[in-house]
Design a protein around this ligand. Sequence first.
Ligand SMILES: Nc1nc2c(c(=O)[nH]1)N[C@H]1C(S)=C(S)[C@@H](COP(=O)(O)O)O[C@H]1N2
Ligand SMILES: [Mo]
Length: 211
Amino acid sequence: MSDLIPTKNLHRKPSSLRYYQDGPPTSIDLTTWRLQITGLVQKTMAFSYTDILKLPQVEENRRMVCVCNWSIRRTWQGVLLSEIIKIAGVLEPEKLFLKQTSIGTPEKGVYEATIPLESAINRRTMLIHSVDGEVLPIEQGYPLRLLDFGLYGYKNVKGLSKLEVTTEYELGEWERKAGYNINGIIKPKKYWIVDLAKWHFTPQEGEITEF
Ligand SMILES: Nc1nc2c(c(=O)[nH]1)N[C@H]1C(S)=C(S)[C@@H](COP(=O)(O)O)O[C@H]1N2
Ligand SMILES: [Mo]
């Protein structure tokens, strides 16, 4: 992917390790890792890394935002959440939620976050395996991370192990401890834009697309 413009000022991005609640796993064995799809689906499934790479791939340059007021625009590669949902089969996604669970660590457990399913699909939520043309580093979510770009980082789980379709809209343990809002929709506000190295105000809620 030689035509990719690398993210500017990447070295100034806040460290992924600093607020890693569950801790990055020390190692991941891709031969045994699976993305499980469970809950209110027509087919319970387990995708291997190779299965994911065989699905239609997308590459999108989009901005992610942390609730602690920084943001970075990067080029993300992966598959659309809608592809996985289409294969697993979900009836009435507008009434359902998607609970994500990380691989986590024995010491610190797992990180969980639940998002409304239909809006995630409509916002072209991605399951990401690479960024700027390189496989995700472990601390950034290898082998797979979900990103709904309309929501703050804390709603988007790195190092995924399971996606469960559910009727329960529940606040994850870490979200509750931190006092975060369950919906996590990005607010109109001033954010530190890492790649542009400046503060920028966004006037509407949701995904930042204007810069
Ligand atoms: N498994 C897991 N995923 C997680 C977190 C975490 O602690 N554990 N933190 C979230 C938060 S608050 C943010 S801002 C982003 C940070 O992503 P980055 O490491 O690429 O900066 O990951 C999100 N996903
Ligand atoms: Mo965050």
